[in-house]
Each structure stands twice: as C-alpha cells, then as structure tokens.
Ligand binder design. Sequence first.
Ligand code: GTP
Ligand code: MG
Length: 417
Amino acid sequence: MSSANRTVRQSAMRGMRTHIGIFGRRNVGKSSLINALTRQQVAIVSEVPGTTTDPVTKPMELQPLGPVVFIDTAGVDDTGVLGQQRNQRALAMLDRCDIVMLVAGAAGWEEDEEALLRNLEAREVPVIAVFNQCDLGNPDAGQVEPLAERCASVVETSAVEGSGIEELRETIVRFAPGERAEDPKMIRDLVPPGELAVLVIPIDKEAPVGRLIMPQVSAIRDLLDGSCQCLVLRETELATGLANLRTPPALVVTDSQAFGEVAKIVPRDVPLTGFSVLLSRLRGDLALQAAGALAVGELSPGDRVLVAESCTHHPVEDDIGRQKIPRWLNQTVGGELRYTVVQGHDYPDDLADYSLVVHCGGCTMNRREILNRLDRGDRAGVPVTNYGLVIAYCFGILERALEPFGLDLPLAAGKDA
Ligand SMILES: Nc1nc2c(ncn2[C@@H]2O[C@H](COP(=O)(O)OP(=O)(O)OP(=O)(O)O)[C@@H](O)[C@H]2O)c(=O)[nH]1
Ligand SMILES: [Mg+2]
C-alpha cells in the first residue's frame, strides 16, 4: 500500500466515510449492483425475492472520492410482519446516507420508487435513479425524462452483463457530497501556526484501554496539519504542565467531564473549550446545540429528557449518560427530571414528548445522521444539545467554552456565570 493510501485509510474512521445507500424493491438487482460496483461478492444474490434481510455495509476506497461505505438494504416492498421490520431497518438507513442509488428493475418505475424518491427529496439527499436489468428491456423515455429533472442523474445498467456499471461509479463520485473535500477543520483554525494547544484527557473508567478516542486523535492530527504544537496531559498534571510553560497556550481543550476542575486551573484569560464543543461544530450545528444547552434554564422538575448515545458501549459505573449528566442536570434544575436513554442507531421518530434532547458528541456517527437527528428535534420544537455543552452549562462555564467560536447567542439570558 502506498503511504498516501495508508494515510487515507488511517484517517477513514466510519464517521468520515461517505455513506452510499442502495434502495428499491425486492429482486431489482440491488445486491448485484453492489457486488458489481465493489467488484466483490459483498452481498448474496438470488432470484428469491427478499434475499437481503438486514442491511449489509461494505467499507472501501472509491477513488478519487476516498473512503466510502456501501450500504445494501432489503427490498422496501417486503411484506408480512418480518418484511415490515426489514423495511423499517432499510428506511432507518436513509438517515445515514450521503447519496442514494434508487433502483428500479425490469418492471420499471412505479409507486414504491415514487414514494422513496419523495422521501429522499424531502431529505435533500442526492439521488441517482438506476434502471437496472436493462438487458431485459430499456426503460420508457416517458419515465426517464421527468426523473432526469428530479434526480442528480439517471443511469441504465445491467448488473448481469456489466453495462452501465462504470458510468454508475463515475456518477457516484461526481454527485457524492464532498465532506472530505471541504477539508473540515476541527481545531487548527483556533490555534495560530506554531502556537500551542493543551489537550486535557482524563484516563478514567470510561477511557478505552490502551488507546485514545476519535475526537482526541482527530484533534492531535488536525493540530499537526495546522503546524501547531500540542501538549497532551491528564487533568491531574494540568496545573504543573501550565506552570512549566514560558508562554500561555493559545487554547486548552478538555474532556467535558473535567470541565469543572479544568476551568478552575486554567487562567480566565486563556481560551478554554471542550472536545464535545469542537465535535458539535465539526459534525453537528454548534449554534443550535448551544441554544439547546441554554434551554436547560427553562426546564422544570418532572420534564422528560432524552439522552442519546451513538456508540453501544456497555454502561460503566457512574456512566456519563446514565448517571453523571442526569445528576448534574437535576442539581441545575433543582429537582428530578425524567430520563430515557437510547443507544446506537435507535432514535425515536417522535420527540414531541421531550423537553430536551441531550446527544453525545456522535463520534461514531457520520455528519448526515447527526444533522438528521438535530433536524428532527428542531422540527418538533424540542431543543437539542450535546453532552459537553450541557455539562458546560451545568458547571456555569458555557459562555467561556463558546468564546473561541464567536457565536451570537443570548448567553446572558441563561444561568451561565
Ligand atoms: N437479467 C438481469 N438479471 C439481473 C440483473 N441484476 C440482477 N439480476 C437478477 O435478479 C435477481 C435478484 O438480484 P439481487 O441482486 O439479489 O436483487 P436484490 O434487489 O438485491 O433483491 P433482494 O435482496 O431480494 O431485495 C437475481 O436472480 C439476479 O441474478 C440484471 O441487470 N439483469
Ligand atoms: Mg439483495
């Protein structure tokens, strides 16, 4: 592997991959197309309708796009109790997709395809309409022309004969939104080249054994890309570490759980923020989620709070989402709130019962899925925030943690000190 390839691979955590979904009815050749595009037997193909049941994901490099994940799904016209569960699983995958191939088979474009397209249009996801099984007959021009207006592109393929596959691959590359191409900055725009950032990383029970987590690694890498210096230490070494410096750092970033302690150690004139705040800016919507944290000031005991965690770690003692945040929120609100915790890709469709959604930083999710979740809250009129921002609010340092970003928020209206 070349060193350039290795670099791409190393930086290709799942959240940074472009997610390419394939949807359509049963037996239209979705799995055959995924196999043809990846040139591998990723998914089982058969003439039995309903062959693909659970979604199948295949990470790979799609040059020049870079790291992608192909997502093969069950047919959306599956029937019966199990069939409907499969449909739901397939449709839940839409939340993650940056671009979608919507496949029609020899039967042409009918009601199911139309319903899927309307769903995707509402999401503003680029759609490639694919007429597969073209060896059995070409689609009607009357169907293709209006779709060419509504979709990013229309491609005719035969997965069996291999025709149109190269065109489909090129079309994906052309229309996939370029999150990577935009070169998102996690931290380096906050630290001038040559200057120092201090990263505070507690090694507690929640820290995985022997490694750092994605936001920590990404911040280090981003600082290196920005020609910045970086000092990484635990909160227990922070006071000595700062005292040993000849000039103060340009920025201190802490794990949000240590916000309270760290804010006391870092002089007030040194900018301080949290990894979750950086993640909110990188993957979510910092202004929206900061406003969501301020909404804690409106909560009353008894209100319902949804805590959503993207990774499926086994809860540890004094777990952040299950114990610490509820404890700090209850203290701030002055009474017991009612909590529901969801994990992984489970996320309720209807948020109307909640007064607040507190999401984790979302380091295992892609930006599209996080933004979909934020939108769902916004549409239901429910404030949405994240772990770090809500912790900063509870410790009275939200305003300080947001200072480096120059947001225009009515901070003085909150309880923030
Ligand atoms: N003639 C022809 N047959 C195809 C083509 N693509 C797929 N098939 C056949 O259609 C049948 C279904 O293909 P799959 O790839 O399993 O279809 P699918 O959409 O994944 O089906 P489900 O997983 O059941 O939803 C198989 O017998 C394939 O060999 C094509 O382009 N032309
Ligand atoms: Mg299949």
